[in-house]
Design a protein around this ligand. Structure first.
Ligand SMILES: CC(C)(COP(=O)(O)OP(=O)(O)OC[C@H]1O[C@@H](n2cnc3c(N)ncnc32)[C@H](O)[C@@H]1OP(=O)(O)O)[C@@H](O)C(=O)NCCC(=O)NCCS
Length: 143
């Protein structure tokens, strides 16, 4: 599949970017529109997977300190899950973080996504928070 990975640029692309986040990570738990964004959007780096003009996967990278960054809001359009899109996106983000000399990459994975991140070289460090009272998360790290 021919894909391109880059930050959204136009207003339309930004709307599609946040909408995919909302549809995959918020709507199934009856969360309100707007809950897919937080106060760090302006400082973070954003990655969208484009197939032709359409955004089919998204992810965000936050700089936590000099040596550590955190992957957040990873979501693949349900129509494109299980087709190695998430893997391509995560590989792209990891290469990007290596270029920036990051030593550690961390993330909080939903329980069902833990095996995906393990395949990408992450290890569970500890059990972390419970989202919406039901989605157990695990802190994972890749050195
Ligand atoms: C989790 C998610 C990001 C994975 O992306 P994806 O494009 O569906 O996964 P890929 O097709 O790239 O899978 C890469 C590898 O991980 C494996 N994998 C993916 N999801 C998995 C799962 N839930 N359980 C076990 N293995 C999984 C695949 O089998 C594949 O293995 P392979 O390389 O041996 O073939 C995506 O399915 C998603 O957005 N899910 C819903 C939202 C979510 O949970 N986001 C993460 C929040 S922490």
């Amino acid at each position: 599949m021919e894909i391109e990975i880059r930050s959204p640029l136009t207003q339309t692309e930004w709307e599609a970017y946040y909408d995919l986040r909302f549809r995959v990570l918020r709507a199934p738990w009856n969360q309100q529109k707007g809950s897919e964004r937080d106060a760090q959007e302006a400082e973070a780096e954003h990655f969208a997977v484009f197939k032709e003009q359409q955004i089919i996967a998204v992810g965000r990278l936050d700089q936590l300190n000099e040596s550590t960054c955190q992957v957040r809001f990873m979501a693949v359009d349900p129509l494109f899950q299980g087709k190695n899109i998430g893997k391509s996106l995560m590989e792209f983000i990891l290469i990007h973080s290596q270029k920036k000399q990051e030593k550690n990459v961390i993330l909080h994975a939903r329980e069902m996504a833990v095996p995906f991140y393990e395949r990408m070289g992450f290890q569970v460090t500890e059990k972390s928070h419970l989202l919406f009272g039901e989605i157990q998360h695990y802190l994972m790290q890749k050195k």
